[in-house]
Design a protein around this ligand. Structure first.
Ligand SMILES: Cc1cc2nc3c(=O)[nH]c(=O)nc-3n(C[C@H](O)[C@H](O)[C@H](O)COP(=O)(O)OP(=O)(O)OC[C@H]3O[C@@H](n4cnc5c(N)ncnc54)[C@H](O)[C@@H]3O)c2cc1C
Length: 398
């Protein structure tokens, strides 16, 4: 089936009809909660084989080489299918985009087609117990031994590590160099001996992220992205891809942006659509959704023309965190007491409660809201840079 992808000839409007028909026939009523990992992967592979995804990527890396308006059609059509965003955001929107920017031809040919088809899932090994916002403090070490790299250290909060095949990891390759010059970005095969993944349970009850221990993990000599010591600029580009993908989206749109119609229907069904509190929150959700939609369409258009919006992604990231909070609050106002204690078959109230417990993560994952505000202040508004962290022995900045 893959070979027929390049033979498909269609206009964006013919593509829209074909995609909409496929989604309705195969995905109506199926959400990420009812699909298991194997089913999600199978759907991604089927869509790829039928030429419905990986539209704008170059043909030599498994894409269809189409213009950006096809991607816009895709983004709009899949917005209501929440699963569509989840796996592709990190694998393609963040890791694939970074690999495409910095990978060797061999690395790109080896991984990009498999990422685009859903055969390989990727994650990010950045945060450590002693390095989160301040990633220059990473202490995971990679040491060159003969033609191999030996990696030791611990990463944490790694989303979907259990389901992933590879990761991009920030590691220290030169402990004698200044912090930001001594780090490298590595491709880590998560099935290699010495990689131990331990799920962490969140307050929602789910275990969406993990601790990852790297104990004498031996990786091939060509596992570095770019050159040793070039990890910092690669990380900065990766974080830009992340902010764009996690905010208004370059791979599709986030489900919470589609929350307004669902919340309105729920308020009508629960008979509190005339409550002042509910109406106020619904208006705020609507306004926030529209602002993010507009920002998202601006960012997608820029990315379709190969332009980088750089720190503008931080505005989208702050807005997406605010939207997540408003959606959670509106859900609780509409759901009322049933969201505190619900009947066993009341899945809607259970979901509203889970949304309340989950929303704070939107202001932490991919860089906290405080860090985004620093970026906006310094890089968009031109305000003075904040002082670098002081060691206990250095005199305070006056
Ligand atoms: C759902 C979720 C998924 C995640 N997935 C991944 C993943 O897949 N891979 C990965 O590597 N990481 C992942 N993370 C980790 C995430 O990137 C970090 O949690 C985040 O960058 C913050 O780092 P930290 O937790 O160490 O907090 P810290 O950096 O210790 O920050 C603690 C508090 O101090 C504030 N703060 C810190 N520095 C400053 C400053 N200079 N100015 C103002 N305030 C500041 C922060 O805003 C925060 O409120 C995930 C996190 C979550 C919640």
């Amino acid at each position: 089936m893959t070979s027929t992808r390049s033979e498909i000839v269609e206009t964006p409007s013919e593509y829209r009809d074909r995609l909409t028909r496929w989604l309705e026939a195969n995905l109506a009523g199926r959400t990420s909660r009812v699909l298991d990992e194997a089913e999600k992967r199978e759907i991604a592979q089927q869509m790829y084989d039928e030429g419905l995804t990986a539209l704008t990527w170059p043909e030599q890396y498994g894409g269809r080489g189409l213009p950006g308006d096809f991607q816009t059609v895709y983004n709009e059509a899949v917005a209501q299918y929440d699963w569509a965003m989840l796996a592709t955001t990190v694998t393609i929107g963040i890791c694939g985009a970074t690999l495409s920017d910095f990978g060797t031809e061999e690395q790109k040919l080896r991984h990009l087609p498999r990422m685009l088809r859903g055969d390989e899932r990727w994650t990010q090994l950045l945060s450590e117990p002693g390095a989160g916002s301040d990633l220059a403090s990473v202490s995971t070490r990679a040491v060159r031994e003969g033609d191999r790299w030996i990696v030791n250290g611990q990463k944490v909060w790694t989303s979907s590590a259990v389901e992933s095949h590879y990761a991009l990891a920030l590691v220290r390759t030169d402990p004698t160099a200044p912090a930001r010059r001594g780090v490298s970005m590595m491709i880590v095969d998560l099935s290699a001996p010495g990689v131990e993944i331990r799920p962490l349970r969140e307050m929602t009850g789910r275990a969406a992220f993990n601790e990852v221990f790297l104990n004498d993990v031996s990786l091939a000599g060509d596992s570095i992205l770019g050159s040793p010591g070039e990890g910092w600029p690669i990380l900065l580009r990766m974080l830009t891809h992340e902010r764009l993908a996690l905010s208004a989206g370059t791979t599709g749109r986030r489900m919470d942006l589609e929350a307004f119609p669902r919340l309105l229907e729920l308020a009508k069904a629960r008979g509190n659509v005339n409550s002042g509190e509910v109406r106020g929150l619904l208006s705020e959700v609507f306004i926030q959704q529209k602002l993010l939609d507009l920002l998202g369409s601006r960012m997608r258009t820029a990315s379709e023309f190969g332009l980088s919006m750089g720190p503008v992604g931080s505005i989208g990231k702050v807005g997406a965190a605010k939207a997540a909070r408003l959606v959670a609050e509106a859900g609780i106002a509409i759901g009322g007491n049933d969201t505190q204690a619900w009947a066993a078959d009341d899945e809607t109230s259970a979901e509203l409660a889970r949304t309340l417990l989950h929303f704070p993560s939107a202001g932490i994952a991919g860089g906290t809201t405080e860090i985004q505000k620093n970026t906006i202040a310094e890089r968009l508004l031109g305000l003075p840079r904040e002082p670098l962290p002081q060691s206990p022995t250095t005199p305070p900045v006056k």
